[in-house]
Design a protein around this ligand. Structure first.
Ligand code: TNX
Length: 765
């Protein structure tokens, strides 16, 4: 069979109309971006008479997936026939051993007027090509499916293109897991890291230990709200679920059909409370345990006893039988050593095996488990903590605490999968908007995911070879249902797919966004729930014209987006003014704005009130800078007309650790005022305390200040958020406000901790 050569097909490119407007090389909604793409004239049409032609069993299986896809989404049933030669009016899917397909998942896709020829290797090549083809179909249920004529030659950058899902904190049923695998396949992911056990639930049936799922899969309630909140509230709903061995087999073969390997994770020695609840003898203490209802890290962990290793051997034997992939993930993260330290048995094991400390005891634990895995023909992978106690060279390390663990592992010759929190934790917020659903914390917008590179620049060429790829993790403490899993995954998963698949030399965020916005039509068509944070509008305040009032800039992270706005509180419509330059005003003003693409609103409505007082937009100086964790916007954010939103994480609050707020405002000219306002936060469970006193000073020259008013601690504590200090009739150009930080507080262990003072706005009225 002959695939037409690239150059021979380099004909004059005529734009052809399609559902996306006009086909152009740079607007075909392909994510991840293929290595080479040439758009040609004409279209090929898939209709009920189109055949699927295949040459091998793998091609037949891949084409089978494609045909099911067409049936499900377009109601088209195409017949599959075998042939060694391409046919006309057909989509020809041919696996090939040609050396040009040696690359990872390598394929070529040639769409001609009268046929499609897809060739690729058996290890995901043709399957990946079919995903490309799927993305070229119209995202609408039409009878005739037009595809632009083109030639694509493509292969993957990394062999490990992973998505993880935590099914312990919240459980997702078999059908939902299948949907997750479908979502992954569409973006050429090939590894599903299935986090099956944790403190809050054991989710895989093990024949020899029925209590793991009878007891360990169920908890008697779940924490309400965020873990960091002061009052721990729980619901009393029995929560749980698990996958039977048959479910697992069904899911494994469903994944295999999509060329996705499943890496099951059985957490040990930490994050094991659910197992201990089922079989308390797995712990060192002799206590009994409950499946956890809350989040975090628990001190009760597996005891490294012979009986525990016997259990682990049995469990891993069954797990190895259920999962054909080479890897089993054994966790290894966040294992507190408290119980081991107080256990005579652990001391004995340490003495017998000449282990210096409990970290080495975990190293011993990992080594024992690895021997078990090798017995069952499997390889060990674990979180980067497994490095701390020494590790055999065959073990693979998953680097989550930044790149550091991964780099150390690669330098020691271990294979590494990069999944650093700051680029790959899809349980973090993707937007600062206050209407985002509750998340664990952090901030990981789409653009940051796109910037990720799994290969740290510090590694040399031979060390870099150990980086197998990367993965995003979806921990589900705050993700109660599958719709929200998708919301957290999309579209960040698209950005990561491009990082893991495409050649980094062609990285271009704006171009990615153009292709992604085409993809969003797909999300709607396929019923994928996704975040529109891309279209969120952010505002930045500047001093107003002639130093009066404010000048407000609106922006989005979406290149080329059109923002419409109103100043009368009404929702923007298509003919509302288009934002083009900063909006100036001298009276308190509300701005309502929205991104509109075509004639349709695309994102969330932005609504913000900018309050103007004598201090707004003025020059300020801070005697102590805010802590670098909470310093966004600097001192000016205290006079930018905007009060901080709640939750406060990631928003514009300034945080002072142990320091006072000490701000001097130059009002520009002498001005009359009667009161001072300090907008502060009270959140004692996060060690954020109200100030213990406020002092106000004025100055005739900006240098010498005299106190004009003071509010003592008990008066301050009477307020809830906005603290008002009456000052009588004053006139001054310079005003200094000092809000005293409480300094320290005692924690539950009686030790002293530094206290935060959080302020978002001050006013002079
Ligand atoms: C840390 S990442 C964990 C998980 C949590 C996650 C929340 C890792 C190896 N352990 O147990 O769910 O943070 O972001």
């Amino acid at each position: 069979m002959r695939v037409p050569c690239f150059l021979a097909l380099a004909l004059i490119i005529m734009p052809v109309s399609n559902i996306f407007g006009q086909y152009r090389e740079n607007n075909l909604p392909l994510v991840p971006r293929p290595r080479a793409l040439k758009l040609l004239t004409g279209t090929f049409t898939i209709s009920p008479v189109t055949q699927l032609v295949v040459n091998t069993d793998v091609a037949a299986s891949d084409a089978g997936y494609f045909s099911e896809y067409l049936k499900k989404h377009y109601g088209l049933a195409l017949s599959i026939t075998r042939s060694k030669h391409p046919k006309k009016n057909a989509v020809n899917v041919f696996t090939s051993e040609d050396k040009k397909y040696r690359g990872k998942d390598a394929y070529s896709l040639s769409v001609e007027n009268d046929k499609v020829i897809l060739e690729g290797n058996v290890n995901g090549g043709t399957f990946s090509g079919l995903q490309t083809l799927v993305q070229l179909l119209p995202p609408a249920r039409l009878n005739a499916l037009n595809i632009p004529c083109l030639f694509i030659s493509d292969s993957a950058r990394f062999s490990w293109r992973g998505m993880h899902l935590d099914v312990s904190r919240h459980f997702f049923n078999k059908e939902e897991i299948k949907k997750y695998l479908d979502d992954m396949a569409l973006f050429k992911y090939n590894t599903f890291h299935w986090h099956l056990t944790d403190d809050q639930g054991w989710r895989i049936e093990i024949k020899k230990y029925p209590l793991l799922t009878q007891t360990g899969a169920w908890r008697n309630g779940t924490l309400i709200g965020h873990y960091s909140e002061a009052n721990e509230l729980y619901d009393t709903i029995r929560y749980g679920g698990f996958y039977t061995r048959d479910d697992v087999r069904e899911i494994v073969s469903y994944a295999a059909k999509r060329h996705i390997t499943i890496v099951p994770e059985i957490e040990m020695p930490g994050h094991a409370l659910a197992a201990l609840a089922a079989y308390p003898w797995l712990a060192c203490s002799g206590d009994s345990f409950q499946v956890a209802r809350s989040w975090g890290v628990f001190k009760d962990v597996f005891c490294p006893s012979e009986r525990t290793f016997g259990f682990i051997d049995d469990v891993l034997k069954e797990v190895s039988e259920m999962f054909p992939g080479q890897y089993i993930h054994i966790g290894g993260d966040e294992c507190p050593k408290d119980r081991w330290k107080s256990s005579p048995l652990c001391r004995e094991i340490m003495a017998t095996n000449h282990l210096k400390n409990e970290e080495e005891l975990q190293g011993y634990f990992t080594e024992r488990v690895e021997k078990i895995l090798h017995k069952y023909g499997k390889r060990l992978i674990g979180w980067d903590e497994i490095l701390e106690g020494g590790l055999s060279p065959d073990a693979t390390v998953m680097s989550w605490r930044g790149n550091v663990g991964g780099m150390a592992a690669a330098r020691l010759g271990h294979d590494v999968v990069m999944t650093p929190t700051n680029f790959c934790y899809f349980d973090y917020y993707q937007s600062n908007d206050e209407n985002e659903p509750l998340a664990i914390g952090g901030y990981l917008p789409l653009e940051k995911v796109y910037q990720f590179d799994p290969v740290p620049v510090e590694l040399n060429e031979s060390e870099s070879k150990h980086i197998l790829g990367g993965q995003a993790n979806i921990w589900t403490e705050y993700i109660p249902d599958f719709r929200q899993v998708e919301y957290m995954a999309f579209p960040r998963m698209c950005a990561l797919s491009e990082v893991l698949w495409s050649d980094p030399s062609g990285k271009d965020y704006d171009a990615f966004i153009t292709r992604l916005t085409g993809q969003m039509k797909w999300f709607d068509f396929l019923g994928i729930n996704y975040s529109k944070a891309l279209y969120d509008i952010q505002s930045f305040s500047y001093p107003g014209d002639r130093n009066e009032g404010l000048s407000v800039e609106l922006s989005t992270t979406c290149p080329g987006a059109t923002v419409h706005y109103t100043l009368d509180g009404s929702d923007p419509v298509f003919n509302s003014p288009v934002y083009s330059s900063r909006i100036n005003f001298t009276q308190s003003t509300g701005i309502t704005a929205e991104v509109v693409t075509g004639s349709k609103p695309s994102g969330r409505i932005f609504k913000k009130l900018f309050r103007i007082n004598n201090a707004t937009g003025r020059e300020v100086t801070l005697a102590h800078p805010p802590n670098e964790e909470y310093c966004r916007g600097g001192g000016f954010s205290l006079v930018n007309g905007v009060t901080g939103s709640l939750p406060w994480k990631g928003s514009e609050w300034l945080g002072f650790l142990k320091d006072d707020l000490d701000i001097t405002i130059d009002l520009g000219a002498e001005r009359p005022f009667t009161k001072i306002g300090v907008d502060a936060l009270k959140d004692e469970s996060n060690r954020i305390y109200f100030p213990v006193g406020i002092m106000v000073y004025t100055s005739p020259d900006g240098k010498n200040f005299s106190e004009i008013s003071e509010l003592d601690s008990s008066s301050v504590q009477k307020f809830d958020r906005l603290i008002t200090v009456p000052v009588g009739n004053q006139r001054s150009r310079w005003v200094r406000i000092v809000a005293k930080n409480r300094g320290i507080c005692k924690n539950e262990n009686g030790q002293e901790d530094p206290v935060w003072l959080f302020v978002d706005e001050v006013s002079v009225e």
